[in-house]
Design a protein around this ligand. Sequence first.
Ligand code: ZN
Length: 105
Amino acid sequence: MGDIFMVNEDDLDNPDQRLAEIIQSGQRPEGNLDLDRLLHHEERHSQQWARAGHAWFIAQYGFEALGGECLNRFEEDAGFSDGGYDCDPAPVPTPTPGPSPTPPG
Ligand SMILES: [Zn+2]
């Protein structure tokens, strides 16, 4: 059993060479995303697919996609930032202590 790589680019004269460039660069074709992180994200989708089964995964993913990518629990489970989605919540700021009370004088 092998791996399947799909690259969504138009009008490639030499797809073999393009795939080699992507692998050797270690970067996602667009977005400067780390290829290891992206492949980990896609691996998580493969596991989701295996758990749900072909038809059920497609049905559930389609339903989840209706709410937009940032509400899609499959994308959340696979890791938003690893997949190149800008959906992670902003970090909660650490509360800073206020000024010490001063006695009335
Ligand atoms: Zn994804």
